[in-house]
Write a protein that binds this ligand. Structure first.
Ligand code: SF4
Ligand code: SF4
Length: 476
């Protein structure tokens, strides 16, 4: 229970001591000092100082407000970067500033401390203040759009994730709705609360249904040059399993020397990193050790989230002894070498959604487009917001779990944009975006067909892809 006590009644607020007594004078106007329970200390030693210093560069220009896809659907100023920067500064000042440290060791009673805070406009960091900040901090898909448009080039996403880690270390965050994802990764090595031994179930089922041309080779036995990292979403979510199936079928048909880890594959732990869980490093280290021990030259994945995590975040933990490619990059290389060609036409207009973690985060914009455009019959119609300005579908960063209504609206907004192109298919290169955008398609009953680059490549190679074969299996 919080201890609250009004010292002097007032219409103002004492949060941070900034709304009341702006003159700094005790007599200027009635003071409002609420004694509330002090928040637990946010450990600043968890924060990267160089990033923290970037917060100083925020000019409060508001450009981030114009572009944030979450703010677009939830017009609360508290969730935009400039407000989060300001609020986090208040927390740091209120807990770690010189006066805050003097007060914490002063032995003064709470009433006197409250008056001093008000006079010196020192924020009183309470549980309520942090809880509110945490909710705002996690209402962010970590899409990176704010960094792209920020005139001060503040490294926002890494800062949000770094602050989340400090927040979690202090016992706040993630939000209750997001916690099961992280707990599941720790308990089952996947965020979907599925048993480890069910990881390869999709292979047996797809083989039985005639969707898989060959059972994926086992990397630990065949020692391939390429490890195909399938990722949790494509192997556990039956609605997107075609991404795993089509990828395997394509690699088999092209004679690529690849292998998979089967039940030994573990979650890349992206969800832990995005949620700020400090155990990310432990899981990442286990994965890196396993990958390095295989002696592979390349790790390939069809998931943009796994790709970003392994390629950009893992090297911060431990050295990788292999290169990391998204499947579209590998296919583009094979295409350039004349090893990938298409024997079947697909007469369709499609539009392409850049996954935030593949496009904005890693700069992989052109390979998927070039692959699509090289398929005979395909016409690529671009949406209004593409490349580094691509509008986030809202599935990442914990928004889908924590704020499903907001995610649905974000996906709907993107679907409307895709519909405006006149395309029949909305294509992406990530199982998580696939699932996130499907939410929008269903919500507005859109005629758009959700697809993945691998689906169209498989169809152009074989004349039929996994999802079409599966649909034909269904009873009338
Ligand atoms: S765009 Fe950058 S500088 Fe401008 S308010 Fe947002 S975070 Fe601050
Ligand atoms: S990362 Fe994306 S969702 Fe988060 S504040 Fe920036 S623009 Fe908004």
């Amino acid at each position: 229970m919080e201890e609250k006590e009004n010292i002097i009644a007032s219409q103002g607020t004492a949060a941070g001591g900034e709304e009341t007594s702006r003159t700094g004078s005790v007599n200027a106007q009635p003071l409002a000092v609420e004694i509330q329970k002090d928040a637990r200390i946010i450990p600043i030693e968890k924060l990267d100082i160089s990033r923290l210093m970037q917060l100083d560069a925020c000019t409060r220009c508001g450009e981030c407000l114009n572009w944030c896809p979450v703010y677009d659907q939830d017009k609360r100023e508290d969730i935009i970067p400039r407000t989060k920067v300001r609020d986090f500064y208040r927390i740091i000042k209120g807990q770690h500033g010189l006066l805050a440290r003097i007060l914490s060791k002063s032995g003064l009673n709470e009433k006197v401390k409250g008056l001093i805070r008000t006079v010196f406009r020192l924020p009183h960091v309470t549980d309520d203040m942090i809880t509110s900040f945490v909710t705002n901090l996690y209402e962010c898909s970590t899409c990176g759009q704010c960094q792209v448009v920020c005139p001060s080039n503040i490294d926002t996403v890494n800062i949000w994730e770094n602050i989340r880690e400090a927040i979690v270390s202090a016992g706040y965050g993630p939000l209750p709705q997001q916690t099961p994802l992280v707990k599941s990764v720790k308990a089952y090595d996947n965020p979907w609360q599925q048993p480890r031994q069910a990881r390869s179930k999709w292979i047996r089922r797809a083989k039985k249904e005639g969707l898989l041309k060959e059972v994926p080779r086992e990397a630990k036995k065949t020692h391939p040059k390429i490890l195909l990292f399938l990722g949790c979403t494509a192997v556990y979510d039956v609605n997107v399993r075609q991404i795993a199936i089509n990828t395997v079928n394509i690699l088999e048909s092209l004679g690529v020397d690849y292998g998979c880890l089967g039940d030994a594959e573990k979650c890349c732990a992206s969800v832990m990193l995005r949620m700020g869980d400090p155990e990310f490093e432990r899981v990442a280290t286990q994965n890196i050790d396993q990958f390095n021990s295989l002696g592979i030259e390349t790790l390939v994945t069809s998931c943009a989230g796994c790709y970003k995590t392994i390629k950009q975040d893992y090297p911060q933990v431990k050295k990788l002894e292999f290169e990391v490619l998204h499947t579209v990059e590998l296919l583009k290389r094979l295409m350039d070498k004349g090893l990938l060609s298409f024997g079947h036409r697909i007469d369709k207009t499609v539009t392409y959604h850049d996954p935030c973690h593949l496009g904005r985060a890693a700069g992989v914009f052109d390979p998927p487009r070039e692959i699509l455009k090289s398929i005979p019959g395909i016409k690529l119609a671009e949406m209004e917001r593409i490349y580094q300005y691509s509008r986030c579908c809202g599935a990442g960063g914990g928004v889908k779990a924590g704020f499903p209504d907001i995610q649905s609206k974000m996906a709907e907004r993107r679907i409307r944009e895709a519909e405006a192109t006149g395309a029949q298919d909305l294509v992406s290169a990530c199982p998580f975006c696939f699932a996130g955008l499907q939410v929008g398609i269903k919500a507005i009953n859109s005629p758009l067909i959700m697809s993945d680059v691998t689906s169209l490549v498989a169809k152009a190679i074989f004349g039929v892809n996994a999802e079409e074969t599966a649909a034909n299996l269904k009873p009338e």
